[in-house]
Design a protein around this ligand. Sequence first.
Ligand code: FAD
Length: 774
Amino acid sequence: MVAFRAAVLHNAAKVFLWESVCYLSKLEACGMPVEVKPRFVVLYGSQKGQAQSIAEGIAEEAEQHGLVADLSCLNETTKYNLEKENDPVVFIVSTTGDGEPPDNALQFVKRIKRKALSTDHYKHLCYALLALGDTNYANFCNCGKTIERRLQDLGAKQFYATGYADDGVGLEVVVDPWLEGLWNAIRGALSKMASDRTAHLKVNTEDSAEETPDSSTPDVQISLLSITDHQNCESVGAAVETDSKFACAASSVASVVSDLRPASPAGSIGLASQCHGTASIPTSAPKTQAGDVGVPHVVLAASLTCSLPPLSESSLNVPALPPPYLDVSLQEADTIEQIVGPLNKETLHEVPVSKAVQLTRGDSVKTAILLELDISAYPMMTYQPGDSFDVFCPNRAAEVDNMLSRLGLQDQRNHLVNISLRKDTKKKGAQVPSYISQNISLLFLLTWCLEIRGIPKKAFLRALVEHTGDSVQRRRLQELCSKQGAADYNLYVRDPSLSILELLTAFPSCSPPLSLLIEHLPKLQPRPYSAASSCLTHSGKLHFAFNVVEFPACTGRPMGRRGLCTGWLFDLINPSPVFPGKAESSNSPALPKIHVSLRPNCSFRPPSDPSVPFMMVGPGTGVAPFIGFLQQRAEERQKNPEGVFGETWLFFGCRHRDRDYLFREELEGFVSSGTLSHLKVCFSRDDREDEESAAAQPRYVQHNLLLNSQHVTDILLRQNGYLYVCGDAKNMAKDVNETLLEMIKTELQVDQLEAMKRLAGLREEKRYLQDIWG
Ligand code: FAD
């Protein structure tokens, strides 16, 4: 019995040595030195791949720090076990939609939210968290915040202050410094956790010895390795303290940068010069675009391809080279099945466009189109007002052609693409992208699978450097992905939404292999649109309205271009945007068809109790879902003339009464029939007769809200009413939110904080709802 206990203790000590000791140690096993690197866990939840690529970057860089990272997606539940995790855990999570977790983190969030979990469920866990979000949307970083709150409720301890990165100003503003501080924090956490375990084991050992004093107990020697790296001996607490200041500084940089862009954020970050996993590129100060040595050209202005001092003369910290991980080969195949349209057709519906109407006049700044889809062939495709649906569009044929010739693969367009993992890859958790299936041609890959309009990330630029011949172009690519060139990256790549093709055109000596594109370009995403009809009014039909997005010409884009999906839809219905009610018959030309799938939205719905008043704010195409709301209300009123129906308000805005007042006749009809109690419209660019009346006239929807402040606050705060906001996320939704805060402050005579709490309460009750985009 005693011998058995001694053996257990001995084994425990061995296990402890192997699993828990923090710093690189050498054990003599069978006479061979064995290296045990301290381990930590990286878990990510990612919708569009940004969180995933940051998590992968961490896992890859771990080795340079003498650590081993176990990388998993949050939905790979067999690969990690938080219930038993004794090493530090790093979470990288994004937020999607209206503050929801990414699809691959949904189950995890559900699991940790279970009420049955005790408050010490995760008391063994030490974590750090990086939350990605976008302040243009409601519920900034909500998924990260939810996970953090629950981890803390369940007893987990934070070892490094949480970073909240804002895609609205550039994720890197917070991500880069957060990553730099992470390594010391991990080392601190490992050190602290190991010493806690040592203490714990010692106590247990002593306890056991005391329990059974027995002179025959063999003397078990547990020799614990000492931690010698002084720098690494910081306590977890110390790491949190120093690094929380650090993360706060990073956050405040974010807000400053959002105000001051394009001022250089690189200078303001002012971080320690340590460059973990980055390489320092010495100055080369190229002064010409052509790069012809000995012929100095005077550079007058910076551009995508050309920088000015101080950047052009600066040493650069560039990210580590992302390890290649895919082997791609092309194979001639006579029998390759020519797939037309998106791949996962079983889950999609192919529906004809049965009507197309231009909603704006020819001289309007924006072109808004209403499309009607005939969904009568799919009776299960019933939708509610407030739902949206996804449109699957291909990349533009001309851009695909261009890409093929840029890659030198025009003649192999119909070849089969074989993709496999590189056997020697250093990339952690490398996988062949799941959205690229077997047996597809190169043409199909570029047309339906990869977002070839995707804005190249810095890691991609870094990888492109290796495939660029011209030294001047190499240096400029290095600048654009460097910490010092962050402002230029924002100005010339991110803000104008430069595509990889546009970038390759600007850097002609860059010739990346196809595998690099597959490794770095995200999946081609479907575009969601809000239903602009009720199926009670338009049985078997689904309407939606959209603006044709225009990207102006800029440095790197000599010609403007249209948005991918809106441009494609526009071309589909051209040259005759109006074919109202054309029926498909054998002798009329076929109606264009598109692939769609429904995206139900369970909260953005009219109140279930029709007697409750509600207000809708939807300028421009943001009015779309409210047409559905009002059509449904009109049907309900018709069916139940004696029913009690609450007041309905619509705040609409556009530039000019005569050019872009969308759905004008229909809205005025709703007013005449009593379906819409109040229609408040404003025109931001119409001439005002005189200065006095101009000052009194509302310009934007929030001004109209303010003019009706009494009613709005009464409905929201006293009548349990609802407020819905739809449309532009970047300006309008924020301005409306600010205005509501002001109105609540005035109405309730409370300060800003209290007003914010009230508004948050309305959100929580799902009486202040947003469906915003842009
Ligand atoms: P892309 O080539 O993908 O370019 C996208 C860029 O265009 C973005 O970076 C952004 O800067 C800009 N952008 C995105 N949307 C707009 C816009 N509406 N106006 C101007 N610039 C824009 N759009 C509608 O027009 N009507 C709708 O009813 C609608 N409903 C939506 C519902 C949801 C839930 C979501 C998430 C988005 C909705 N959108 C709607 C936006 C829509 O999905 C597309 O983003 C938009 O049509 C642009 O697609 P694109 O492929 O043409 O542009």
